[in-house]
Design a binder for this molecule. Structure first.
Ligand code: SF4
Ligand code: SF4
Length: 389
């Protein structure tokens, strides 16, 4: 734990020396330098916005709110690879290293969109060189052998997720994305380049794409996918509106939403049964099934999942067996980490196989407590509970 905190400082100092004062301050002002990670890891945005126009995607709603100042989406991130690595190393929630925070690209853009691929390659190279973080990206783009090899060269442990949710309805649901046949080629290219591509079967759309899950799994497996990450649809008023406008029957989605009212925010559509069935079919097809993206990243890098999915009920018992790879943690290093992160002396510390319980002598700020908990959970790969008076 302490070694990781020290490594973080050293990484930061090393990067600091490579950047000018303006570059450092640009990186530190950027949200990557301070926001908290998502459950899949620290989401990194090589760009913002997308032209693929998938009807179920929330990115269109985000971009509708702020028209592109550059005239066309996506907007390329202005931070260089070294600046982005520095922003991450400076983020108090972030730990570098293979046993550190996971990185995930693809939350608000397609990182391999033709306008963003150069920036993504630059980021991957910088992360591999300076941070060593297990890194994942999701894409719908066509990737040929040359690009796949370049990605693998710059990021040998990269975890690529290739999204295909339907073969039959792609032209309706994803009107401007490359067709599924090209995305199957992407899977094959990644596999030939020595990476471990996963099918990203998210979102499963109830009443529409749930009926063809087996066909999609089978096609992905034939193309060379190693596993599959399944996930539910997250709906908003706008997403349902777009689906209806395109002639999609949304009754089953609405039935599953029950009494939950839709607004601008995203609501997860209850799909536990559909996900379980997809995972069952995946096993039958010889694909490694994952219920969360972080597990695919963990499996690819061979480290325990930072989302602690085996403790939080998302474990599909993949060959990674996270619980057999936990780092050793002793009371003294937790004590020193608490001193460093919270600037106080813990009253007591109890460490078990799954959890670290830390009693504090006084209340601490919410943000401070969250940072300490996030950092210690990633480092110790255990649930961390801070008990305050
Ligand atoms: S490709 Fe991804 S980011 Fe782009 S519109 Fe489709 S779901 Fe959204
Ligand atoms: S063993 Fe379980 S928790 Fe760990 S990566 Fe595999 S599925 Fe996820």
């Amino acid at each position: 734990m302490l070694k990781q905190l020290e490594a973080k400082e050293q990484t930061k100092e090393k990067l600091e020396q490579l950047l000018t004062k303006e570059a450092r301050s640009r990186a530190l002002r950027d949200h990557h330098a301070y926001r908290a990670p998502r459950p899949c890891g620290m989401t990194v945005h090589p760009g913002f916005g997308c032209t693929n126009s998938c009807l179920y995607c929330y990115v269109a709603d985000m971009t509708a709110k702020k028209p592109s100042s550059e005239g066309a989406w996506p907007i390329v991130n202005r931070l260089s690879g070294t600046e982005m690595a520095y922003a991450l190393a400076s983020n108090p929630h972030f730990l570098p290293g293979v046993m550190g925070t996971f990185v995930a690209m693809g939350a608000v853009c397609d990182p391999l969109h033709e306008k963003l691929v150069g920036k993504t390659l630059e980021y991957l190279e910088a992360f591999n060189r300076f941070l060593g973080s297990p890194t994942q990206l999701s894409t719908k783009m066509r990737v040929g052998s040359e690009l796949a090899e370049e990605l693998a060269e710059r990021s040998p442990r990269l975890s690529p997720l290739v999204t295909i949710i339907t073969l039959k309805h792609a032209s309706k649901l994803e009107p401007r994305a490359p067709p599924p046949t090209e995305r199957l080629e992407t899977i094959s290219s990644f596999r030939r380049a020595g990476l471990r591509p996963m099918l990203f079967l998210r979102p499963i759309i109830p009443g529409l794409t749930d009926g063809e899950v087996d066909e999609v799994l089978s096609a992905a497996r034939k193309a060379g996918a190693v596993g599959v990450v399944v996930g539910a649809l997250r709906a908003s008023e706008q997403i349902i509106g777009r689906l209806r406008k395109a002639g999609v029957q949304t009754d089953e989605i609405e039935r599953r939403l029950g009494r939950r009212r839709l607004g601008k925010g995203l609501v997860s559509v209850s799909s536990g049964d559909l996900k379980r069935e997809a995972l069952r079919l995946a096993r039958r097809r010889g694909l490694i099934p994952f219920a969360s993206a972080c597990c695919a990243n963990a499996y690819t890098s061979g480290v325990p999942c930072t989302g602690l999915c085996w403790l939080r009920g998302f474990c599909t018992k993949c060959p990674n067996k996270c619980w057999t790879k936990l780092p050793k943690v002793d009371e003294e290093e937790v004590r020193q980490a608490v001193r460093r992160l919270l600037k106080l002396e813990p009253t007591s510390i109890q460490i078990s196989k799954d959890e670290i319980l830390i009693r504090l002598p006084r209340k601490v700020g919410k943000a401070e407590a969250r940072i300490a908990r996030v950092v210690m959970e990633v480092s110790a790969r255990r649930l961390v509970r801070l008990q305050q008076p």
